[in-house]
Every structure is written in C-alpha cells, then in structure tokens.
Design a protein around this ligand. Structure first.
Ligand code: GTP
Length: 909
C-alpha cells in the first residue's frame, strides 16, 4: 500500500472523490482536496474505521487445531499385548493486535517520524553552518599563506573583517554567535599574489597542460585496466559456470596476461596457476590421492546443479582435457560372448548388458549373442562392426600349419575294409596282421588302436581297423577323408549282399577307389564268377572283364591270395600318387578315443601330413593338450609318427570324437580359442538337434496321433563302436516307431545314465561295458533292465525286433554272480590263481564267465578252478572268499569275474 491521492483511492474503491473525502473526515483524519495525498498510515486508519462502521468486528484471535491418531501396542499386566489408539491434539493460537493499540502505535510512529525529520533539518542546518565556517577558515588560511609566501606587501587590516563564528550552547538552546576575530598574537604577513610575467605564464600553462595530459593518460590507463580486469573476471566466472552446464568451455587461460586487480584477481590468478601446474603433472583429475576428493567434488557439483547453483563456486573450477573418442573396428564372429564384445570395444561389460537390455535382449556377461545383434550393438556404441567367419581362427591355424609344411614325399596308402556281415572283414585284417607283422615287433600283444600298418615288398600299407561302413561313414560325416582305398570283402559262397551294396555306395560317394577281395575261396561252395556277375550290376567290373576294378581271390583262413591283394593295393596307391609333406607340423584324423584308468584319455590318431612328435601341442576336435607319450600299434613308445602312420597319444584332457581332425599348433592361445569355439558350436548343434527333436515329436504326435518312440541310452567301450551303433540305430526309425538316442557315450554305465533312462523311459543298453556298482543298485531299485551286448548286430536286431513288435522270447545272458579279484598268486603247479571276494550273487564253477577290467569286458571264457581253503568247490556265495583260475587268461588284481548263464526271457523292450 503506497501513498495515494484521494482521487486514486476513490477510483480504486469505485466511489466518488467527495464520498472518500467525507469518509476521511469521519475517520477523524484531516480534510483533503482531491489531489491531496493520503499516507499509508492514514489509509490503514480509514480501512479500520470503515470496517468498524460496517459492523465487521475483526477476529482478535485465530485458533488452529490439529489432531493425529495412531495405534500403539502395549503389554498389559497379564502379559498380553493389545493395541491402543493414541490421539494427539495440538492447538495454536494467533492473536491479532488491538486496532486502538495499533492506532496509538501508528501515532507514536508518526510523531517519531516528525521528530526525526525535524532533527534531520536541524542537523542539515548545523552542517551547512559548519561547512561555511570551515570554508571561511580555509579562505583565511589561504590568504595568510599567500601573504606570507613571497609577497612584499605586509598583511593589512583586510583580515579584520574575518570573523569567527562559534556555536554556543546555553541552557540547551543552541545559538550561533558571530564574534569578531581575535587578533593573532603573532602578526602574520599577508601575501599579495605575484604579478606573472608572460614567460612565467607560458611555462605555467605548459606545465599545467602536461599535468593534465598525464592525468588524463593515467585515468585512461586505469579505466582500461579496470575494464579488462572486469572482462576477464566475467569471462572466468562464465567459464566456471560452464562446468555446471553441458557446454564446452571455450575460453583459454593465458599466462601472459595480467589478471584482474585486487583480491579476487589475485585469488583467480593463484588458482589458475595451480590448475595449470596440475594439468602439467597430469594429476588434476586422475591422481589416486585426488580420486576421493574428485568424487566428493563431483557429488557436490551434481548437488549444486540440482540446486540451480552454477557459478557461485568460484574456487571450484576445473578444465577437462577434451578426449577424442576412439572408433574401433570390432571383429564379430558368428557368436560372441558379451564380455568379449565389451573387451573389443574397450568398454565395461556392464555397459554392453545395459544397452542390450535397452534393445530388449537380456544377457549376462558370459552369454553368447549372435552376429546380427552384436553388429547392431557395436554400431549403437559408435564403432565399426566387422563380421568375420567363425572358422577364421580355425582357418588361420590351418594356414599356419600348411605354411610350415615342407619336404613332400610319397606316403603309404590308408585302407578301409568294408563288406557284408560275416564275409570275413575281421578275419582278413587279422590274417594280414598275422602274416605281415613280425612277432618280435608285435611284442606278443597287439594293441587295439583302430589301425595298424604293415610292411610289404612294395612298401607300407596302413589299415583302418574299424571295419564296416558305419565307422567309415561316421568319419566321413565329420569331414575326415582318412581312407585312400576301400577293400570290399565279398564272401565267394554268399555273393553280393545288402551291406555289400551299401559299402559300394559309400565308397563311390567318397570318391574312393575300390579293390574287391573275393573271400572264403577255400570254401567248397565258393563261386567267384557269381560274385563278379553280381558286382557288375553295381557297375563294379573287374579288370579281367574290361573294367577298372582290381579283384583278388583270397582266403582269410588260409592266407591264399593275400599277397596279391596287397600288391593290388600298392599298385593302386602308386597310381594315385599319394604324397604328403614329411616335415612340419602334423595334422590328421582321430580314429578312436577312450578313457583308460591310470592313463586317462587315450586317443588313436592317423597322421596325414607332417610329423607328430612327443611334446607337440595338439588340438583335436574340441580339446587340446601336449602330447605326453606316443605309442604304436604294438604298444611300443615312439618319438614321432609321419604321414599315414597310426599312433596312440596321451596328453589330451578328454576324448575327442572319432573322425575329428587334429592339428599341431604353436599358439596355445589360438588353440584355446578354437577349442572353445568348437565346444560352443557342438553345444549349439546339440541344442538345435534337441529342439528339432521336440518339434518333430510334436508334429508327429499331432499328425499321426499313434506314433511311438523307442528311447535309448547307449554306452559303449570305444568311440568307434559308438559311432557305428548310432549310425545304425538312426537308420532304424520307421513311420510308426522312431528310435531316439537320448544319451550316448563311452565308458561304464553310471548312476546318471540310469537316472536319465528312468526319467525319460529309455532302454539302457551297454555295448561291451557294464554298469558300475552304484548304477546297478539304482537300476535294481527302479526295477530297470540294463541290456548288455558284445555284438553290434545283436543289439541292432533286438532294437529292430522291439520296434516291429515281434518280441519273441529270446535267449540272453543273466548275471549270476560277481567276484572281485583282490590278489593274484602264481605257483608252478597251478599257474596264476586269483584270490577273490564274491560281492554279488553266486560264483559257479561250471558256468561261463567274463573278465571285466574298469567295467569293460576284456575276456569271455570259463573258470579253470574254483576253490575255498584249498578245496575245490562248485559254488561260492556272496561275502565269501575264494580262489579261482580262468582258463586261458591271466587276471589281474582289481579285475572282476562275472558269472552268467543263458536264459530264456520274454522280450519286453
Ligand atoms: N572258411 C573260411 N572261413 C572264413 C574266412 N574268412 C572268414 N571266415 C569265417 O567267417 C566268419 C565271419 O568272419 P569275420 O571275420 O568275423 O567276419 P566279419 O565280416 O568281420 O563279421 P562282422 O564283424 O560280424 O561284420 C568267421 O567264423 C570266420 O572264421 C575264409 O576265408 N574261409
């Protein structure tokens, strides 16, 4: 409320000026004209009067009440707790001052104002008088000085008119009296201004001019400096404020310029100097000591920014050195882990997962993302995605191996023997080994390593000892073309059979030349011409008949024609001009692998190029490791193996699949990379297969409604038989019944196999392996049947029969008892005798037995003796000790003797 004229007030309240004038009078205020001012106090008085006159009594007091209720739990004397409501009431009273009192106060304030105005006027008067007096005094002094300074003229009575005024206070009243000036005691010579000569005047004027000019320059300099200082200060302030905004600071601190004057300028100069020193040392933001401080500062900055404080922290300033963003070319393989990707972009994995989340992908650091997603993400982060093939690292390794190869030489041919069941494949392999491998070299025991090589007059020939098209195709399915020549065995008395045809197809598909071995020529029913005839229907025509297929008539039993067959093989090899580099890093193919107690994973490999040596770093399939030892097929340690030579290696951490290619690498990091990649790829493929299976089954179920599955869990002794069985089982599926191998592997049947079979309602099949004790117990408890086989076709036939529903009663073995061999004694009289403990069932003297080593069948035969305390007995029961000897086989401590009998069972698969 400011002072207003009567007219203004009238306009404000919407009344006439005369009405307002009347109201003012009524309110006891002095009468006013229209343009007279009404003070604030008067306006208040008027409002109070008007309110009273309208009967509006002002509220003297205002009471504010508030109530809150809450519940509290209290424990009563009885110990029981109960809830009570607590009500808190609060009252606040505001009292308004009395208007009369207010009026009094107003009047007092008015009075005080008047008094203070009077006092101010009086003071002003006094000040003016004092000023006048001091001026008079100054004038007098000046006059006196002039008089005394070089003036010949004596002071005259001019000074007499100078009087002194003094302020005399009498009885509280202040009066000003003017007294005639007292005559100074000492006569002061009054100076009369000297009359200037023209030269003097000129000089004075010049001096004055010069002085004025200097003054002007000085003023100008000061002004410019002040302006510059102000400008710089403003600039610094703006820059500092810039720190709290997103804008980049543009100003630079220049050392050569002086800064603003004064305290602020000094402070700024000092702090900038400190900043420059810190930047120079590189410690302004990164020093470890400063990190904590920096954090706090950052927090403060954020806080300040929130509070809208921008430039008030003159002492908190910093200069961020602008860092140019580095754009990386990020190589992305078909699948890449989040952590890997982050590392390639030099960012934290957390940032990548965050961005992925924004893109709608939930992934952890260890998760793998596909190439497309990774490329998008890399672009999003401002880098260049460079998609690369997954096999790039593999290819690089391969290239590196190839580069190191040299000294190309003729290499021995690698031969696979194929043919129909029982046509004599194994017999032929055995016969060749028997006749061509010197007994001394063999050392008495021939190891089964999946391959062996023989020396003939025409050179070395390597045979893959994994007969059958299943093994052949299993290897081929992995891209391993290990075989150079296929020897097709056809029994002369049986002729071309279904698997003969299959073998021809397989060999043709692989582009491998065939040599036919017409076997069993010693047999009376042998009819080689019939065989030749039948083969022509498959376009396999003998050279004798104008074709190009060499055919040897042989007998695996007598050895007849075997040399001729070997001759044919050598000739074929010569024709094929098989060559391989002898020097350099080795590469080849895994023939078989198995786990052996005490030796770990044992892997049979066939070297195709280069020379494999002990100590080499080998990458085979998904595994890599240093070759600890090399042994040949005779169990002899060797230092190296050249092209086409099979050898057994120790040192890999796990068993790679048969057919996997192996390489010798120098870079362990790359080996690991490739191994990891292959593991992932294998896992993904398996997942895909499983998913497809699920989908497939769903479709089948939906479409057919009556489809059924035969689930199988399969364990075998070696990889070769596993691959062969899997391939054979795969082909058994029909429209009505699908064979589904839920799980398969090499080694004894374990507890987890039983659990899996139980949960998936699968048949548990063991090929030349047994269930271990815990697995057996679990299977017994679940009333599950584990089926053991030693012959591939036996297993396949059973599965086939089960599928076709022709489950006729079968004869199969039932295990009657198991004894653990604890110790082996040798005596000249009895030979080797084994001290045993019967751990299951009963051991019978006259029933067939099997010897198990590491739960794998190593011998089938009969007992030679069974004794208890030197007495021959017919049976020994569980928990009893016994001594026994196996006919034709030397058992070892740790072996198990399993007694079985052939029983008739109703088929239940
Ligand atoms: N008389 C005679 N019998 C032979 C000859 N070759 C093999 N046999 C017999 O034929 C049977 C089958 O021989 P294998 O060598 O096991 O035949 P396979 O082709 O290896 O059989 P699978 O391994 O079951 O595929 C055996 O009983 C052999 O003794 C031969 O040249 N003459």
């Amino acid at each position: 409320m400011a002072d207003k004229t009567v007219k203004e007030l009238a306009d404000m309240v919407g009344k006439t000026a005369s009405a307002v004038k009347q109201q003012l009078v009524d309110a006891g205020l002095p009468a006013r004209a229209e343009d007279d001012l009404v003070t604030e106090l008067e306006q208040e008085k008027l409002v109070t009067y008007l309110k009273q006159s309208h009967g509006q009594q002002e509220k003297r007091r205002i009471s504010l009440k508030s109530k809150t209720t809450s519940t509290a739990r209290v424990t009563g004397s009885s110990g029981k707790s109960k809830s009570v409501n607590v009500e808190v009431r609060k009252k606040k009273v505001f009292e308004k001052p009395d208007p009369e009192k207010m009026a009094e106060e107003l009047a007092a304030r008015e009075q005080a104002m008047i008094e203070s105005q009077e006092r101010a006027a009086k003071d002003a008067e006094e000040r003016a008088a004092t000023k006048k007096k001091s001026e008079e005094r100054q004038a007098a002094t000046l006059a006196a000085m002039r008089a005394s300074l070089g003036s010949s003229k004596k002071s005259d009575d001019k000074n007499d008119d100078i009087s002194t005024s003094v302020v005399v206070k009498k009885g509280g009243k202040t009066t000003v009296e003017v007294k005639p000036k007292e005559q100074p005691k000492k006569k002061v010579a009054a100076t009369k201004p000297k009359v200037e000569t023209a030269a003097e005047r000129k000089a004075r004027e010049a001096r004055e001019k010069e002085e004025a000019r200097l003054r002007e320059i000085e003023t100008e300099t000061r002004r410019t400096q002040a302006e510059e200082a102000q400008k710089r200060t403003l600039e610094q302030m703006r820059k500092m404020a810039g720190q709290y905004t997103d804008r980049e600071p543009v100003a630079e601190v220049r050392k050569d310029e002086p800064l603003a004057e004064g305290l602020v300028g000094d402070a700024l100069e000092e702090s900038f100097e400190k900043e420059r020193r810190e930047i120079k040392r590189g410690t302004s933001t990164t020093s470890a000591r400063g990190r904590g401080r920096r954090k706090n500062q950052d927090e403060r900055e954020i806080k300040n920014r929130k509070n809208g404080l921008r430039s008030t922290q003159a002492s908190q300033h910093k200069f961020e050195k602008p860092v140019e963003k580095i754009v990386y070319d990020v190589e992305i393989s078909e699948h890449i882990t989040v952590a890997d990707l982050a590392q390639r972009m030099a960012v934290k994995a957390r940032e990548v997962t965050k961005l992925l989340m924004k893109m709608g992908e939930m992934a952890r650091e260890s998760d793998t993302i596909d190439q497309a997603t990774a490329s998008l993400l890399v672009e999003e982060m401002g880098h260049n995605p460079v998609p690369v093939s997954d096999t790039k690292v593999e290819d690089d390794l391969q290239d590196a191996v190839n580069e190191r190869s040299s000294n190309v030489q003729t290499r021995p041919p690698v031969v696979t023997i194929m043919g129909h069941v029982d046509h004599g494949k194994t017999s032929l392999l055995d016969k060749i080994r028997e006749t061509k491998v010197a007994t001394g070299e063999a050392g008495g025991i021939t190891q089964h390593i999946g391959a062996y090589h023989v020396k003939t007059e025409r050179g070395v020939i390597t045979f893959l000892d994994t007969p059958g098209h299943a093994a052949f195709s299993a290897m081929r399915s992995r891209g391993a073309q290990a075989t150079d020549i296929v020897v097709l065995v056809v029994a002369a008395d049986d002729g071309m059979m279904p698997q003969t045809v299959e073998a021809i197809d397989h060999a043709r598909a692989a582009g491998t030349p065939i040599i036919v071995a017409i076997n069993k020529m010693d047999k009376p029913g042998a009819d080689p011409d019939r065989v030749l005839n039948e083969l022509t229907t498959k376009e396999v025509v003998s050279e004798a008949w104008g074709g190009d297929t060499p055919m040897a008539r042989i007998s695996a039993k007598t050895g007849e024609g075997i040399d001729e067959l070997l001759e044919f093989i050598s000739l074929q090899a010569e024709l094929m001009e098989l060559e391989a580099p002898l020097d350099g890093a080795a590469q080849g193919v895994v023939i078989e692998s198995r786990l052996e107690k005490g030796r770990g994973p044992v892997v049979s490999v066939l070297v195709k190029k280069g020379t494999l040596k002990q100590g080499d770093l080998v990458l085979a399939g998904e595994h890599y490791g240093k070759v600890r030892a090399l042994t040949d097929e005779h169990g002899k340690r060797v230092q190296s193996a050249g092209p086409s030579i099979p050898v057994e290696i120790l040192g890999l951490p796990e068993t790679p699949a048969a057919g996997s290619e192996f390489l010798v690498v120098t870079d362990e990091k790359k080996a690991r990379e490739v191994a990891d990649f292959r593991t992932n790829r294998e896992r993904e493929r398996q997942l895909e297969r499983q998913n497809a299976m699920r989908l497939e089954s769903m479709f089948d179920q939906m479409e057919q409604g009556n489809v059924s599955f035969l689930n199988i869990v399969l364990k075998t002794d070696v990889r070769g038989s596993l691959e062969a069985l899997l391939a054979a089982l795969n082909e058994l599926s029909t429209d009505e019944v699908k064979v589904r191998v839920i799980s398969s592997g090499v080694g004894p049947i374990s507890e987890s196999d039983v659990t899996l079979a139980e949960s998936s309602e699968a048949v548990l099949l063991g090929f030349n392996v047994r269930a271990d004790a815990t697995a057996r117990r679990k299977a017994d408890a679940a009333n599950m049947d584990i089926r053991y086989y030693s012959v591939i076709y036996g297993l396949i036939d059973d599965v086939k029969a089960a599928m076709s529903g022709m489950l006729a009663p079968e004869h199969r073995e039932k295990i009657l008892g198991v004894a653990d061999v604890r110790e082996v004694f040798r005596s000249s009289k009895f030979g080797a005798a084994a001290g045993c403990m019967v751990v299951e069932g009963t051991i019978y003297r006259n029933k067939p037995i099997r010897v198990l080593r590491d739960d794998q069948v190593i011998f089938t035969g009969q007992l030679q003796s069974l004794r208890r305390y030197k007495e021959d007995v017919n049976e020994v029961r569980t928990g009893m000790e016994c001594g026994l000897a196996v006919r034709g086989y030397d058992v070892e401590a740790g072996d198990k003797i399993e007694v079985f009998e052939i029983q008739e069972f109703a088929r239940t698969i």
